[in-house]
Structure formats: structure tokens, C-alpha cells
Design a protein around this ligand. Sequence first.
Ligand SMILES: Cc1ncc(COP(=O)(O)O)c(C=O)c1O
Length: 205
Amino acid sequence: MKGLAAYPHVAILSDEIYDHFVFDGEAHQTLLAYPEIRDRLILLNGWSKTYAMTGWRLGYSIWPKGLYEQVRKLSVNAWSCVNAATQYAGIAALQGPQDAVHAMVAEFDRRRHIVVEGLNALPGVSCATPGGAFYAFPNVAGTGWTSAKALASALLEDAGVAVIGGPDFGVHGEGYLRLSYANSAENIRAALGRIAAFLAQRQAA
Ligand SMILES: Cc1ncc(COP(=O)(O)O)c(C=O)c1O
């Protein structure tokens, strides 16, 4: 936080939508806990991940007082009036038992290890273990593919596995793929098997 405090001209957008998806006994740290940056912090969160409510389009944001009037005008005209059924679903999610959330996070933890171990077993691929969310970001530079986006397209077209090329996440993403493990362990294993077969074939070709 000291780093951010040293740059008072920098506005901060903190997307904390994965706040429950933190592994290895770590706890999520919200930037709201730091009063010294509160006047330039915008926080985003929502129901999509914690309650698997992607598609319901229900979320919230917290703004600094100084920006409130401007964002009120924007939101009233752009994204207000969430339908009543969705609002009731959101209340039920918050007030109901939370054991499903804990079970899901434990399941993601299990899948995380399957993905990371499976990726690290592939020739030319190395993958760090993510500490949160449900994505792996393996380095694939050693596969011989110089364009990660071309590899992602080939995996989709020829192996039927959907991944995203690292450059879609910024200029430093070349050489990486992003895989989501928001899928069953069975499908994840099948996808890893297809990637392995694809890489073996393409290397042999
Ligand atoms: C970092 C991050 N923020 C926000 C979202 C938004 O989710 P939604 O638009 O479903 O609320 C996603 C979804 O993938 C995400 O990965």
C-alpha cells in the first residue's frame, strides 16, 4: 500500500470480484481498508463469481465521495434498474447458507492443482500455481510457438480447447496462455489430454 500512497495523482480501480477465491489459507485484503487512498479508490464487486451468478448482471461499486455525483448521473442512465427477480436472487444469495460457496472454493482449489500439474507435465510449458481466482497462466514459449495467440487459435480450431492468448491481457502477455478452470475436473483432464496430443503432433510435424 505504501507504493500507492506515494503516487497521490494515480486513481485506483480495484476489481475485487474474486475476493472469496483465495487459496492456501490466505485471506483477501480489500483496498477499502486503507483510508489513505479512499479518496481515489473505486471498488468493484458482484455476485457473478462467489454465487456463480454470471449472466444475472448483478454487481456493485463503491466510489469516492468526490466522484459520486458524476457516477450517479452515469449509472442512472446507463445501468440502473436491475430487474426485481435478480435483486431477490441477490438477497437470497447473501442471506442464505454460505456452505455452497465454501464447497465451490474447495473444488476450485482441487481443480487448480489438476490444471497446474497437467500443464507442467507438458513439454515446453511451465505454470506457476495461482493464489486465487480460477485461471492458470502458463508460459508456453518453450513449445516452439512464437505467437501465443496463434497457438490459442490452433488449439481452438484443431483440438477443440478454448484458451486465450496472453497478449489479450497486455503487452507483456506474449509467450503465455490463459486457461479458465471453471469447468469440471473431468473436462479439465480431457482438455489437458487434447493439448498434450496437439503439441506432440505439431512438434512431430
Ligand atoms: C476480473 C473480473 N472482473 C469482473 C468480471 C465480471 O463479471 P460480470 O460481468 O459477470 O459481473 C469478471 C468476469 O469474468 C472478471 O474476471
